[in-house]
Design a protein around this ligand. Structure first.
Ligand code: PGA
Length: 251
């Protein structure tokens, strides 16, 4: 059966020293909570922090927020999937809407990144989700389907064990406006249905699907109570250990 996961996405926040302190606080809180926790915990941190943070955690997973679409070579400023894996990171977040919008990442480019991440032994937290205009004009089911089909559906069922999906409606990210639990559940069930059609019921039932977008301690219990919502990808509320733990303990 699939795992519940709460993953932080720090984005471009914290210095290395601040990040190490935050990671240490989260790790200690997870250690203290022990078996009472009903989810795995992952933190997504800037590239510069990965190695230092890896040395300060024992009970949580570690994700990069991106990786390059090339394996190695003359790509100044880029960080490859094997480099990410060599830090001790376990996961990489790919396809975040901020990367798609500000850095022009396409479904095709993300397909390459997914392949390189899996080859490097990383698990992928793959983000999808619609804009406000797409929600309003009703095209959101098609948008989400294209994101999944074009970047993930070339994978084998076996490879899919290393994929976590995060549904993040762009209109809910950092805006304080959360999708209602019914709106999120509708999309999560739709995504699980797509997985069932492509890979069968077992893969669909075993795939963790996270919700992201203004998730906080106050709304996490209602969201996580939905049958197809298996946790969250948390931006702003992951930058303080107590608010992040308020979500981690929401199951
Ligand atoms: P938010 O960000 O929780 O600050 O809305 C979520 C995300 O972008 O992953």
């Amino acid at each position: 059966m699939r795992k519940n996961i709460v993953a932080g996405n720090w984005k471009m926040n914290t210095t290395v020293a601040e990040g190490v302190k935050l990671a240490h606080e989260v790790n200690q809180a997870v250690v203290a909570a022990g078996d009472s926790l009903k989810c795995d915990v992952i933190i997504g941190v800037p590239f510069t922090h990965l190695t230092a943070v890896a040395g300060h955690i024992s009970a949580i997973g570690l994700a990069a927020e991106n990786c390059a679409d090339h394996l190695s070579g003359a790509y100044t400023g880029e960080v490859s999937a094997p480099m990410v894996a060599s830090t001790g990171a376990t996961h990489v977040i790919l396809g975040h809407s901020e990367r798609r919008e500000y850095y022009h990442e396409t479904n095709e480019m993300l397909k390459t990144k997914v392949d390189l991440a899996l080859e490097a032994g990383l698990k992928v937290i793959f983000c999808c989700g619609e804009s406000l205009a797409q929600r309003k004009d009703g095209s959101y089911f098609d948008v989400i389907k294209a994101e999944l089909v074009e970047s993930l559906f070339h994978l084998s069922a076996d490879q899919f064990k290393n994929i976590v999906i995060a549904y993040e409606p762009i209109w809910a990210i950092g805006t304080g406006e959360t999708a209602t639990s019914d709106q999120a559940q509708e999309i999560h069930a739709f995504i699980r249905g797509l997985l069932a059609d492509k890979y069968g019921k077992d893969v669909a039932n075993d795939t963790t699907i996270l919700y992201g977008g203004s998730c906080k301690p106050s709304n996490a219990p209602e969201l996580f109570a939905k049958p197809d919502i298996d946790g969250g990808l948390i931006g702003g509320a992951s930058l303080k250990a107590d608010s992040f733990m308020g979500i981690v303990t929401a199951f």
